[in-house]
Design a protein around this ligand. Structure first.
Ligand code: SF4
Length: 345
């Protein structure tokens, strides 16, 4: 018999399951609510009858749970990095980033990643598998439970390219958004991608309300292809065209992430080329000084150079921010997540 994780289903799907079990539909609401009220097994669902619990178990339903293998807290800024183990013993990382006004959860979407970006620790693991919808939702549940901190924002910037596990990522966002679940606003979720164009087009066409961030890095295709091999499939000109389509269609701003590397993309000439490329698009820029990854040839730029880059674009009217470094003592930044390697026992 096939086991089915109830956390992988939307509320409507759980209601349909109830109908098939000859139960009233409202039981579906009750079962769904328990998924977010701390239940770790079907037996924990206190308001559900024993008969229904038994039927659910007999039909192969269960609740996925994460095992916390390691929790490391930054002594500098309170960033908490989790290494979670999945049912098949694969491991993923999630990072809780508390700030003065809000707490952000950086979530993983895959075990490893197939994209092999040259600067990224996750990329060096290779692709193992997609996370299920339940495993994505679980990261939110476990991060809140383990830290006791209410999550205000979610960013898909952990391990994996979220738009290559698009169906499960979208479904997890809709489940978190459900009013009988966490009722977590879609606007507070950002999907960060290297630019998987069919999924971006879908975001524009279906008017999803969650945010979009695209790692752009440079205006030079040759340099970008070296850093992000996927650039060969989705080159800069296509990404820019899609960004224009997205912002025009949705009337929303797009965030361009600009990981900045010493000597690669940190000059004023690079800033000018970027500015020229983005003409006519409503965008913001998140400048991310690169955090060195062991074994990678890329290095962090001088902060003066980063500030000069920012100032130059600000003077042209670009909304550009330098991302505050978080969790530097625990390798908690994006592109540094590689649980399978870092903590292998
Ligand atoms: S940067 Fe993102 S897409 Fe590229 S290898 Fe790392 S996780 Fe994958």
């Amino acid at each position: 018999m096939k086991s089915m994780d109830l956390r992988c289903f939307t509320r409507d799907e759980i209601k349909e399951i109830m109908v098939l079990m000859e139960q009233p539909k409202y039981r579906g609401d009750q079962v769904f609510e328990w998924l977010f009220k701390g239940a770790e097994s079907i037996d924990d669902m206190k308001t559900i009858s024993k008969d229904l619990k038994d039927t659910l178990k007999k039909e192969g339903y269960y609740l996925s749970c994460l095992r916390t293998v390691k929790r490391i807290e930054s002594a500098i800024d309170g960033t908490v990095k989790f290494l979670f183990e999945l049912e098949d013993k694969e491991r993923i990382e999630s990072v809780v980033l508390p700030d003065k006004e809000r707490t952000t959860l950086c979530i993983s979407s895959q075990v490893g990643c197939a994209c092999a970006c040259a600067f990224c620790a996750t990329g060096s693991i290779g692709f193992k598998r997609d996370l299920t919808t339940g495993e994505i939702v679980d990261q939110f549940i476990w991060a809140q439970k383990e830290t006791g901190i209410k999550i205000d924002n979610v960013v898909f910037m952990g391990m994996g390219e979220p738009m290559l596990n698009w169906e499960n990522v979208k479904k997890a966002i809709f489940i978190l958004n459900d009013e009988k679940g966490f009722h977590f606003a879609q606007l507070r979720v950002t999907v960060s991608t290297i630019g998987i164009l069919p999924a971006i087009k879908e975001m524009a066409d279906k008017d999803y309300r969650f945010g979009l961030a695209v790692s752009i890095i440079t205006a030079n295709d040759e340099v970008r292809s070296k850093l992000i091999p996927m650039n060969k499939a989705y080159p800069l000109a296509e990404i820019v065209k899609m960004a224009r389509y997205y912002t025009t269609k949705t009337e929303r701003t797009i965030m361009f992430e600009y990981p900045i590397f010493a000597g690669i993309n940190d000059s004023i000439k690079d800033a000018d080329a970027f500015y020229k490329m983005m003409r006519g698009i409503d965008y913001k820029v998140n400048l991310i000084p690169y955090n060195s990854v062991v074994g990678r040839e890329y290095t962090k730029p001088e902060i003066d150079k980063v500030k000069a880059f920012q100032k130059h674009l600000m003077e042209k009217g670009v909304k550009i921010f330098i991302r505050k470094e978080k969790g530097s003592d625990i390798a908690g930044a994006c592109g540094q997540l590689a649980g399978a390697i870092e903590y292998k026992e």
